[in-house]
Every structure is written in structure tokens, then in C-alpha cells.
Design a protein around this ligand. Structure first.
Ligand SMILES: [Zn+2]
Length: 304
């Protein structure tokens, strides 16, 4: 079996919220087995929102969660860092409704996780292994999952812009490949959209320090981190949004021109399509995965 993991110790950082522009304190804390990833608002008496697709809230520029009176925004880059480093259980404390945007990538969160260290637990991790294809499309936007022995992502984007007319990349996601090839890729936006967002009181914390900004013919930032940083960031977003199914996924995710709305709609559909996957304790090549009995928690989720 693969054992569940949490952090060895708690760790904190300070950043700003993308929308509000306000300072945010973020603390990652170890949590017990089967706790999952939960956001805790210290400014609201420690109320929690689990990172679960059932708690999806407004999907605008980023992915948000809400339960009862509690909400958190812009969860996807942190979730991508946590699932890709196989952190199953963690408390994410925030004193504000937004996860700090940091540099617009997942690299600062990887750094935090590495600084905190990882602790292995005595309970098996359960993977959601895809056994039949699942797909949805909305116009020319598509997303699907196919059976595979590994978690792989193929993403393609095309925009009416000279720098990113078409970019496509396939990557097997492991802790190493995510850290080296995906985590540093920053979010991107178009200069023409920035004005509109500002007028609507959004993206007040946005700057060239935390996003690639595309002008008419090029980027306003000094340099890109990768030639195809844009599609790599879309992979990052998809990995983070898919984390909302509550288990690491074993399958090949294929997305074309998707975004947070389609990623999260798809995450909800995965949980509905119970004939298309099963929970297993070992995804490794050459090892026959062991079917596991659904715990009460998951059975309840499927009944929703
Ligand atoms: Zn993003």
C-alpha cells in the first residue's frame, strides 16, 4: 500500500489576496489520517471548509469553496502543490477569504511543504482509478479522463494572440515532474481584461509580480519561465481543481481550452459516474490494485 502523508510540522507565510489586495496569513498544519485537506478561517472562529467538490462556490477567475457562512477563494494553486507532493491530510489556516496569490504559481507552496517536511502515516491512501472514460464538452471546450496506469495530463490551449495561438503538452504527473515542470508556471491574463477586472473591483492585488500579463503582441513581464509557461499553468490549474474529488486520480486527463468552470464541473461529474472508477490502494505498475471497500464517508458522498 501507499501510506497517507501529512506535514511534519506547521509552517506559515504571508502574501496578498489577488482580489482584495489585502495581506493574508497562511499556515499549513499537520492533520490526522483521513482528515483530508480543509481550509480553516481563523478570522471566523476557526470554521472550516473541506476541499471537496460539494463545497464549490463562485468560479470566476479562480476556484472558490464555501460551506455555510464560510468561504475561501483561489484554492487551486495550493491544492495542486498539496496533491502533487502527496500531502493527503492538512489544515490550511487563513485569516482572510483568499489564499495568497504569492507569485501566481505553485512554487512558493512547494517551498513551504518542503520546509515543513513530510510525515508518513500508518493508514493507506486511496486512489480514484479510472476504469472507463468520462468526458464532457461545452462548445469547443472539452475535458475527459481515460484509464491509464499513471496520472497523466494532456492539455491544449489556443487563443487569438500571437504568443499563444496553440500550445499543447502531455506530462506524467509525479512529485518530481510537477515540481520541476509545472509548479513554477505562473497564471496569465490579458491586459485588456485587467482594466475590466479593476473596474469591477477585482484583481486589486494583481500585478506583474504575480501574473504574466499579455499585451497586444507580447508579455509585459521581463521574461517567461518556460517558453510554453501558459499551457503548463493550465496543467497546474487542472491538477488543483481535480483535487476536489478528494482522492489522487489515476488516469489520463485530456483537456482542450478548458478552465476552472469546466474543470470543476468535470470534478463533480467524476464523483457521479461511479461505474467509471474504483478506489484502490496501489496504483503502481505491475501491482494488481486491490479493490477497497467504500468507507461510510465516501458512500455518503456518492449518495449526494
Ligand atoms: Zn491558475
Amino acid at each position: 500500500m501507499d501510506a497517507q502523508r501529512t506535514l511534519r510540522r506547521q509552517i506559515s507565510c504571508v502574501g496578498i489576496g489577488l482580489h482584495s489586495g489585502n495581506k493574508v496569513n497562511l499556515t499549513l498544519k499537520p492533520a490526522p489520517a483521513d482528515y483530508g485537506i480543509r481550509f480553516r478561517r481563523t478570522d471566523l472562529g476557526d470554521l472550516e471548509v473541506p476541499a471537496d467538490v460539494r463545497n464549490l462556490a463562485g468560479i470566476q477567475l479562480a476556484t472558490g469553496l464555501a460551506r455555510n457562512e464560510v468561504s475561501v477563494e483561489t484554492v487551486e494553486h495550493l491544492l495542486a502543490a498539496l496533491v502533487s507532493t502527496s500531502i493527503d491530510n492538512v489544515i490550511v489556516e487563513l485569516n482572510s477569504p483568499e489564499v495568497p496569490i504569492m507569485d501566481g504559481s505553485a512554487a512558493p507552496f512547494i517551498y513551504l511543504i518542503q520546509e515543513a517536511g513530510v510525515k508518513t502515516m500508518a493508514v493507506a491512501r486511496k486512489y480514484l482509478k479510472i476504469i472507463r472514460p468520462i468526458a464532457i464538452s461545452r462548445g469547443d471546450k472539452r475535458i475527459a479522463l481515460y484509464p491509464s496506469d499513471h496520472f497523466k495530463v494532456t492539455y491544449s490551449i489556443s487563443y487569438d494572440h500571437p504568443l499563444l495561438r496553440h500550445q499543447s503538452r502531455t506530462l506524467r504527473i509525479t512529485e518530481e515532474s510537477f515540481i520541476e515542470e509545472v509548479a513554477p508556471a505562473r497564471t496569465f491574463t490579458f491586459l485588456k481584461d485587467v482594466e475590466m477586472l479593476r473596474q469591477n473591483g477585482l484583481a486589486l492585488g494583481g500585478s506583474l509580480e504575480n501574473a504574466i500579463v499579455l499585451g497586444e503582441t507580447g508579455v509585459l513581464n521581463n521574461a517567461l519561465r518556460f517558453e510554453d509557461e501558459f499551457v503548463r499553468h493550465k496543467i497546474l490549474d487542472a491538477v488543483g481543481d481535480l483535487a476536489l474529488v478528494g482522492h489522487p486520480v489515476i488516469g489520463h486527463l485530456v483537456a482542450h481550452r478548458a478552465g476552472h468552470a469546466l474543470h470543476t464541473e468535470f470534478a463533480a461529474k467524476i464523483l457521479e459516474e461511479t461505474q467509471a472508477w474504483r478506489l484502490v490502494e496501489a496504483p503502481v505498475e505491475g501491482v494488481t490494485p486491490l479493490p477497497v471497500t467504500l468507507p461510510v464517508k465516501d458512500a455518503a458522498r456518492l449518495a449526494n
